[in-house]
Each structure stands twice: as C-alpha cells, then as structure tokens.
Design a protein around this ligand. Structure first.
Ligand code: WT7
Length: 632
C-alpha cells in the first residue's frame, strides 16, 4: 500500500448549487456554522441531539472514551422502539402513515403509526411466548415485507438482539451467521418474490440449520402465493398463529444505552464475516440525527429508501432512523426493471415520493435504459435525492441531478459503512455539490484523509480515510472477536481506519476512491474475496482460487475468479457455469463471479500469499507496481 499518493484532478472544479430556499427551510441551515458549534463543544453537540428523544433515564455522562472503547450516554436507559413508535402514537402522529408497502404487481399495504405499534407489540408478545428474553439472539431471514420490519422492532421491544440476514444469501452464508450468533429463533417466510417468480426461503433455512444446535424454533410467515406451507410441528410455527390471543400492548424492555441492539454481519478481508455489534443509545441518536438533518425530513415528506432491510442501509435508513423521526416510509419489494424499467418511477408518481435514496449501480442501470422511462412519469414530488454504497461517479451524479431531480433537487451522496452505523460524510442540503466527491464530515463527525502514520495528507492528495473521534453510532465490537474490532483502531495510530482510499480536495471535499483491502463492492454490496475463494475451493474440481474486483461501468466492480483445477479436471465452459452455480448455492446470487479464468499458476509471494493486485493489474492492463516479493 502506498504511504499516500498524489492525484491529478483533471477537469474544472464544477459545483452545483441548489436553490437557497432549500437551505432556508432546512433543519441544518448553515453547515459551516453547525460544524463550528460542534468543534466548540463536541459532546455538547451530541447531547443536544439526544435531548430531542425520550429516555427512561438520562445519562450521567455523554461520552466515556477509553481508546479504542467508547461508551455513549453512560447509564442512560431507553428503548429505541419507544422513540420509533410510542412517542408518535402518544402525540399528533398517532394516525400518520408510518409504512406503505408495495409489491411487484402494485399491491399495497398501509400501516399507521398506531397500527404498526400494535403489530410490533403483538409479535413481541409472540416472541415472549417462545421464551425469547433480553439478550437472546434472533435471526431474521425474510423478504422485504412489513413483517420483516415488525420482527426487527419486536426484537428491539423485548431487548432481543436481532441478526438480520439478507434474503439473497445462500445456505452456507446463512448457516455461518446463525451459528456465530447462536441464534435461538429464526424468523423466515415461505417464499420471496422476484420478477414475478417465487423463490423458496424456508427450504434454505431447513438446510442451513441442520447443524445449528442453538436454534429452538423457526417462525414461518406464509405469504399464501403458492401452495400452503407444510410446517414441521416440533420445530416450526406459523407467524400468525404465534400472535393469536396475545395482547396488542407490550411494555418495552428497559435497555441500557450500551446494551446491544443488533448484530449485522459484514465481509472482512479474511474468510469469515464479522458480526458488527451496535448498541441501543448511541445508534438511536446517530440515526435519528442523520435522518433528520441529511434528508431534512419534514412531517409531510414521503420517504423511500430502496435498500433491503437486510443491509445496514435498511437498518438505519428504512427502519430505525426514519421511524425515530416519525417519517412516512415506503417499503417496496420491487426491482428497478420489473415489470418494466419504469417500475421505480411509477412508485414515485403513485405515492408522491419526496425523498428518494438509492445506490449508484441502480442509477447507472437507469442511465443505460434511457431517459424515456423516468420521463413517462410525474416526478415533481421529489425534493431530495440520496446515494449510498459506492462512489457516485460524476456522470451518474449529473444524470441523477438532471433527469430525476430536474436540475433542482439536492443530491446527498452519503458515505458510511455497516461499522459506522450512520452517515458520516456528505454534502448537506443547500451546500454546493461537487460531482465525484461525497462531501465533508457531517457536524458531529471528524473524518480525514491521512498517510500510514496518521498524518493528514496535503489538500489535493490521497491516502486512507479515517475518523479521528468516536461517534455515537459506531460499532462497539465484533461479536465474539474483539481482536478484530481492535484492528479498526490500531492500524493507523489514533484513528479509526475505514478501509477506503480517498482524496482530499483543496476545497475540503472528500472523494472516495474505493476499498484499500480485499473487499469488493459489487452493485453496492460488500463481498470479501476470501469468502468467494473459499466457496470456490469447496468445489471438488478446484485446487486453488483467487478472486478480484474488476472495474465495471454498471456494477462498479464485478467479481472475477482465477481458478487452478485439481488433477483430473479439464477446463470447459460447462465447468465454469458449474462453479458459478456452486458459489450461488453456497453464498447466494450476490457473490456469483461474472467471469472465471482457468490458470496453471497464480502469482504468489515467496511466503505463499496470492498477490491479487498483480492479477488485477494484468486484468486492467496496468503496471502491477512493486513485484519484488513475487515468487520467481
Ligand atoms: C463501504 C461500506 C453504508 C451503506 C452501504 C454499504 C463503500 C459506501 C459510499 C459512498 C463511496 C461508499 C465504501 C465503504 N461506500 N458509501 N457514498 N461513496 N463509497 O455499507 O456494506 O458496510 O460497505 O461501501 O467503500 O467502506 P457496507
């Protein structure tokens, strides 16, 4: 890895400046002023945010920082669902729409705050009937339906720690996550629906829990689209049956601010995913503050984040943040191109979406299919556009701003991670936007670009993206692996290392280049090269595998695998597709390699480590850099 690097920033420094009316009515009216206030009293700044929420008992101290361990809102007591539900039900938002769900065929289900509150309480009481208590882990493996959101909030209500696993993961990926968290309950559905087809989920759970001794019960939501599901009575229980005869009220568990709220697995540079642990108090304050200020949510907004709840984006900006601010949230079990490429824009028109949050890969897909699709719909309700997951390249920014935002909606390109829990870098509403740059640290956050020793790089130069201060929604540890937690904080002295390479512009804006480690961001999803490699070598034909991210105009990166076959196996197109299918079944469709190349040898260091960067350079036709450690 370079110490730091110089970058040539070709092209003019172009800014887009939204109409000043945006700024005038925004919650954060003056970025520079807010940031100054934060610097003048950092903990006071966060204390002010926390004061806007309801606590059963307030904190003795805002922050206790014992590098690298932080405690936020020390000794405070709360329940996040009290703030997401009761707080609204007890005031003017009682009958406000909390959740609108849309299915692929335009089906709609609507929950007011009051209705959502009762559904959450009922399901929470159902979980209690199964013996779930505070601290127990519950795995949620579901399609994007309201019941997934209800299940998450129900866990939080009773202090159970949820571990949501994205419904697109395969058997092994699910099994590893259930076993690592020692989940007592798994909540699933019979099927998920995608492009008009049903895909079984429950059968994947059945296979995934064959050697999962911790699992006591599986709760199954029957969507009644196919034939009725058969339940194995000793182990499985119907979602609705579980709620029969229970009360529609459930007293929230009193949680300490530092009690865990959830575990969410994310890819690491080694084979096993990391169980990122988030806690109740700081996470609530961080997601509340960012949702309110970055998206500038007002009571009449209709907010749609297209992410699946199985990712951190769904946790923080479909569920906890938006409900904490009392927003109307749209949840759509939809893909952007089914039944046609107008699917998303029809939802925007039908529901009058005002705030729209999606991923660059989706934007680039829309660019490819053409402007005629969004132009068929009335998008005039849109007020603010958001982007997350990978760099929003200038072409995609300009298209998003012009075609979707009609040259007036601010675009918030938000940089953050599963680990940060909340948005960290963006351009606040009304501030000048610079295409290609995510923006600056939010008030409350101290991001920087530094060299290996932690010294800030000169403006205009590149280096490692770090955080200099703890923040409320930061991860507290890696579940059952605190050593891995420490590496975030002890790789670059005094800083949290995000694992990204970035450039600091002379204007203070930060441009994110991409990962500095063996993690591939493909179509906005985070996949470890090691995970794909170990899935490949678990196939009988494979002796060795090396996986790289190959730059791709649509997906950002696609997964390319170099494979050495075992003796007795011959390269063939058929074997390629077998291997791709094998990864699909093991890890899920999101981790499937797009390309496989058979090799006789892989570039390795003398100590036997595969040099992926050499493979990548060769693939891209660029200079591999220092190859002095390469074997012969
Ligand atoms: C990685 C974190 C946080 C939500 C989704 C991904 C990349 C995220 C941006 C952005 C450039 C971005 C980074 C980061 N990333 N947002 N706005 N611009 N890159 O969460 O799976 O934990 O992945 O996504 O590389 O480290 P995640």
């Amino acid at each position: 890895m370079p110490e730091s690097f110089e970058v040539s920033m070709a092209g003019d420094e172009k800014y887009y400046v939204p109409d000043q009316s945006y700024k005038e009515q925004a919650w954060t009216k003056d970025y520079a002023q807010s940031y100054k206030e934060f610097l003048a009293d950092k903990t006071g700044f966060w204390e002010n945010q926390a004061q806007q929420l309801e606590w059963f008992k307030k904190w003795d101290k805002v922050l206790e920082w014992n590098y690298p361990y932080a405690k936020w809102f020390v000794n405070a007591k709360l329940n996040i669902t009290h703030n997401c539900l009761d707080r609204h039900v007890n005031n003017h938002r009682r009958n406000k729409v909390a959740l609108v769900w849309r299915g692929e065929e335009g089906e709609e289900r609507i929950f007011t705050y009051k209705k959502l509150f009762h559904e959450v309480c009922r399901f929470a009481n159902g979980l209690k009937k199964l013996g779930v208590t505070k601290g127990d882990r519950v795995c949620i493996y579901m399609p994007l339906v309201p019941e997934q959101v209800i299940a998450m909030l129900a866990c939080a209500r009773i202090g159970a720690v949820h571990s949501v696993v994205f419904g697109g993961f395969g058997v092994n990926a699910l099994n590893m996550r259930i076993n690592d968290a020692e989940a007592k309950i798994v909540i699933t559905a019979d099927v998920t629906i995608r492009r008009g087809k049903t895909i079984p989920l429950k059968t994947i759970v059945e296979e995934a829990i064959i050697n999962s001794p911790s699992v006591e019960k599986v709760v199954v939501l029957s969507r009644e689209v196919d034939q009725p599901v058969e339940l194995h009575k000793e182990l499985e229980i119907d979602y609705y049956e579980l709620m029969e005869g229970v009360s529609a009220e459930c007293t929230p568990e009193v949680m300490d601010a530092e009690d865990p709220l959830f575990i969410l697995y994310t890819s690491g540079s080694t084979g096993t995913p990391k169980g990122i642990v988030h806690t109740c108090g700081g996470y609530m304050v961080g997601t509340y503050y960012t949702t309110l200020n970055v998206f500038d949510v007002k009571d009449n907004d209709v907010y749609w984040c297209t992410a699946d709840t199985g990712w951190i984006t769904g946790h923080s900006y479909v569920v906890y943040g938006p409900f904490a601010v009392g927003a109307t949230v749209v949840l759509a079990e939809a893909v952007p191109d089914y039944p046609d490429a107008g699917a998303f824009w029809k939802i925007v028109e039908d529901l009058g979406i005002t705030i729209f949050y999606t991923a660059p890969t989706t934007i680039r897909m829309f660019m490819r299919v053409g402007e005629e699709w969004p132009n068929k719909y009335d998008l005039s309700s849109l007020r603010i556009l958001g982007s997350v997951g990978e760099p929003l390249n200038p072409e995609a920014f300009e298209w998003y701003y012009r075609v979707i935002g009609k040259n007036h909606c601010p675009v918030v390109d938000t940089w953050w991670q599963t680990e940060t829990g909340m948005q960290m870098i963006t351009t606040m509403i009304g501030e000048p936007m610079r295409p290609g740059f995510a923006g600056k640290s939010l008030p409350g956050v101290v991001a920087d670009v530094v060299d290996k020793r932690g010294a800030p790089v000169a403006p205009g130069n590149g280096g490692f993206l770090v955080m200099r201060d703890p923040w409320p929604a930061m991860l507290r540890t890696v579940y059952k692996n605190d050593e891995r937690y420490k590496t975030y904080w002890n790789t670059i002295p005094g800083c949290y290392m995000a694992g990204d390479l970035a450039v600091k512009g002379k204007d203070g804006n930060i441009m994110i280049i991409g990962r500095a480690d063996d993690i591939i961001i493909t179509a906005g999803h985070n996949i470890g090269t090691a995970e794909v490699e170990s899935a490949l070598v678990s196939h009988q034909a494979v002796a060795e595998a090396a996986v790289i991210g190959k730059p791709d105009p649509l997906k950002g990166n696609l997964i390319k695998a170099f494979v050495i076959l075992r003796v007795g196996f011959q390269p063939s197109e058929k074997l390629k597709s077998d291997l791709i299918y094998h990864v699909r079944m093991t890890l899920g469709p999101i981790a499937m390699p797009s390309e496989i190349e058979f090799m006789d040898k892989l570039p390795k260091t003398r100590s036997g480590k595969i040099m992926r960067r050499v493979l990548k350079a060769k693939e891209m036709g660029i200079d591999p850099g220092d190859v002095s450690t390469l074997e012969e």
